[in-house]
Design a protein around this ligand. Sequence first.
Ligand code: F6P
Length: 336
Amino acid sequence: MKIGILSSGGDCPGINATIRGVGKTAMMHYGMDVIGIHSGFTGLLHNDIEILNERSLSGILNLGGTILGTSREKPFRKALDSDSEKPQIIYQNYKNLNLDCLVCIGGNGTQKTANKLSQLGINVIGIPKTIDNDIWGTDITFGFDTAVNIATEAIDRLHSTASSHKRVMVVEVMGHHAGWIALYAGMAGGADVILIPELGYDIDKVNKCILERAKRGKPYSIVVVAEGLKTPDQHHPSRFITQEIEKATGIETRDTILGYTQRGGNPSPFDRNLATRLGGHATELIANREFGKMVCMKDGKVSSLPLQEVAGKLKLVTENHDLILQGIRMGISFGW
Ligand code: F6P
């Protein structure tokens, strides 16, 4: 068999580990040929490809980013008239390359595109990746653990400076529309307030929590804000929250936006192994000709489900998540 592999959407730690997982299993175990497609779907539109071999897959397990490059190209988005030809061009190039399957590593948008390509008659396997952990149908995505580690370390570091200056430190973490990174890093970092888009917030309650802490002899606080939180500041919700806290409490308040540091650099050992397992399972599905699926983790086991079921859905934090319930029992404010 001959397979093509691409990474699409925002990069994240673990993509190279999964490219290696797919590639090495395909070549060494199943005797398949593997083509790497550059810059996501853009590479498939322009035949920008390379033949992968054991050598090109060496030394990449612990490497951040993606050796294939990525883009946010969405071939089914019809912004311009000419764009509507993109799916057909991709179909033709897939045929010309004599591919038996296209492996699409990506987040929600990519799985949606993969499903559409599958409906077009292309054999597709999706591999979920994102630091946001918001892909429906899988318990966890690689990239998330690494991002939580980075954000937690940052929160740990903010504690000592917050305490020395008796300040409130507001830290904004990524996560798109979901609050997974904020919840996990906030809890692991011992935050006092955690604000996520799924729960919303009442700024008066946040301020009250901070003032009560000060009354209890704790003049500093750590507030973790998920980037998807809705505030009048559409770009950085942490800026609005910072201003409101300082205004209402009179306590000096500072804002830190972690940004892209959360998705750069080496994957954690957990993410490397998760990416490797998903890559191996994806290749197994291809060998069995079980196409149109996304590999996933279900109750600690590698599994898969139809792309059709995944496409267009989001996995968000629910208010009865055990970390939220436990946080509330320990006096952490979730904005209410
Ligand atoms: O999906 C990963 C992510 O890093 C989000 O957390 C963030 O909102 C977004 O990508 C940033 O996207 P871009 O790379 O287009 O700036």
